[in-house]
Design a protein around this ligand. Structure first.
Ligand SMILES: C[S@@+](CC[C@H](N)C(=O)[O-])C[C@H]1O[C@@H](n2cnc3c(N)ncnc32)[C@H](O)[C@@H]1O
Length: 260
């Protein structure tokens, strides 16, 4: 049975090596069950019963390779997560000058839309570029439809102004209004291998570097810092920090940094 997929240690090494090379995500032995479960799902969908056949498939088939990498990502997120960073921007930045913001591991879009609704509520001028390695998450962000549990931290006034309630089969969902969606552009960007094509006033790269080793973190931070405008802000997740990395930024609040 595929649901009881056994991965030999040689296969685990091969698969985790593929994931590391493509995304920087480290799958150590503790992640065996996670990889087995996600692999089983892909194998079930592709009607493949042997792990070695699946490894063969991803070596030859680009589409399935992309699906496999997507399946190994952890996409947990919710609205108004670690909102201190956004509150900081609201008081530290000038709302009149148009701000270019990048959410550089945006998952399904909750982070980008949380920032967008607060900036709109405070009459800021801005655009947000939301990127991720996962096509399935980017597609969810483009739809901008979320189960109601995801918005439980959203203040009611913001919920009423910027979200619409679903009806009938969507009654347990909300959708961002088009007036908010127009500020957020979703596009694929692999932090490990893509080169930033623009510069930004604020970059959020939160709750992704926990999946990387120090070498990858350094690479990602150097790349993102090069895309940060002078005086710009850089935010990582609250359980992450830039300790031990070369960056030249100044700490302004926990997990929040400023470029000179
Ligand atoms: C846990 S989510 C964080 C979402 C959001 N930033 C937050 O803090 O709530 C981590 C995201 O990082 C993405 N990710 C992992 N490796 C990546 C890479 N190499 N390039 C871009 N995104 C990556 C995953 O697909 C996932 O959606």
């Amino acid at each position: 049975m595929v649901s009881e997929t056994i991965i030999t240690s040689a296969q685990f090494k091969k698969l985790s090596g593929i994931v590391y090379k493509e995304s920087g995500i480290v799958l150590n032995k503790k992640k065996y069950n996670l990889l087995a479960a996600r692999l089983a799902k892909r194998m079930r969908l592709k009607k493949i019963s042997s792990v070695s056949d699946y490894i063969q498939l991803i070596s030859n088939n680009k589409d399935e390779f992309v699906e496999f990498i997507d399946a190994t990502t952890t996409n947990h997120t919710y609205f108004f997560r670690e909102n201190k960073h956004c509150e900081y921007i609201l008081h530290a930045m000038d709302g009149k000058k148009p701000l270019k913001i990048w959410c550089a591991a945006s998952s399904s879009g909750e982070e980008a839309f949380s920032i967008a609704v607060q900036l709109l509520a405070n009459s800021f001028s801005f655009t947000i570029y939301a990127s991720d390695i996962s096509d399935s998450m980017l597609n969810l962000g483009k739809k901008a439809i979320y189960p109601v549990e995801r918005v439980k931290n959203v203040p009611l006034s913001i919920l009423h102004t910027y979200f619409q309630k679903g009806k009938n089969k969507w009654k347990n969902h909300v959708k961002l209004k088009p007036q908010v969606q127009q500020y957020v552009r979703f596009e694929k960007f692999n932090l490990l291998s893509d080169t930033p094509f623009d510069t930004f006033d604020i970059i959020f790269c939160r709750n992704v570097m926990i999946y990387f080793d120090t070498e990858t973190r350094q690479r990602v931070v150097s790349s993102l810092c090069s895309a940060l405008n002078p005086g710009g802000y850089f935010f990582v997740g609250m359980s992450e920090s830039l300790n031990g990395l070369d960056h030249g930024l100044t700490t302004v609040l926990p997990s929040g940094y400023k470029k000179k």
